[in-house]
Design a protein around this ligand. Structure first.
Ligand SMILES: [Fe+2]
Ligand SMILES: [Fe+2]
Length: 235
């Protein structure tokens, strides 16, 4: 299976023309299209509507997770409905199997990496913050445990490892993801992990168990090739 992946489109109607152009050939190059969150800038239905029109026109099975920007207007349910209605698969702690390949996806959350992971100690505000992070890892675990396929792909918005956020300011690493997600991935096993969010991070890394992780933020892809709107992975 050839998987075309991108993230962080931050779509506004002004991007309609260029994006439509850039996605013109994806159908010839891939079997599945993955978008790892931040489809819109402010999470408004009026941003999502033209993007859905672009996605429907490429006529390729499309699998997405939402990103933090897609939650900004508290219309995430409506955005999911708009996508689902057009046959786009929205993963939110859920799994999807297609042509023998399993996809498990959830947004993920912040929380930090390695020894810097924030723990649920002290004020109730810290505890609820950490709980949100743990809840996302539990959603991922549930989604991954549903897969019965040999090949498994994980789709997140936030990074599960530090290596693919390096390049951003170190001060914000804890807000770009959490290694709690990598613990689940390594426990459950996967062939490929795709995420976005760290616009200025690095493209490639691995979990502690060696599973390949790729940051497919469109900013990074276009830093290498300004005409690129996605990256192809062969599975
Ligand atoms: Fe983003
Ligand atoms: Fe983001």
């Amino acid at each position: 299976m050839r998987i075309a992946a991108t993230a962080d489109l931050h779509f506004t109607p002004a991007r309609f023309g260029p994006l439509h152009e850039q996605l013109n050939r994806v159908r010839d190059e891939a079997d599945v299209f993955v978008i790892a969150g931040d489809l819109t800038n402010y999470g408004r239905p009026e941003e999502m509507e033209p993007l859905v029109n672009v996605l429907v026109r490429i006529r390729l099975p499309t699998i997405i997770v939402l990103g933090n920007h897609d939650y900004e207007s508290s219309q995430d349910r409506e955005l999911m409905r708009m996508l689902t209605q057009e046959g786009i698969k929205v993963l939110d702690g859920s799994a999807y199997e297609r042509d023998g390949v399993g996809f498990a996806g959830t947004k993920g959350f912040v929380g930090g990496f390695g020894r810097g992971v924030l723990t649920a100690f002290g004020e109730p505000e810290i505890k609820s913050f950490v709980r949100a992070s743990i809840d996302e890892t539990l959603k991922l675990e549930r989604a991954m445990s549903q897969l019965r396929t040999e090949k498994r792909v994980v789709i997140l918005h936030y990074s599960p490892i530090r290596a693919t956020v390096e390049g951003e300011a170190p001060e914000i690493y804890p807000f770009l993801g959490t290694s709690r997600l990598a613990e689940v991935i390594d426990r459950q096993g996967a062939d490929l992990v795709l995420h976005g969010h760290a616009h200025n991070g690095r493209c490639d890394g691995r979990t502690p168990a060696g599973i390949p992780v790729h940051n497919v933020a469109i900013t990074l892809l276009q830093a290498q090739n300004p005409a690129a709107a996605y990256r192809i992975f062969d599975l």
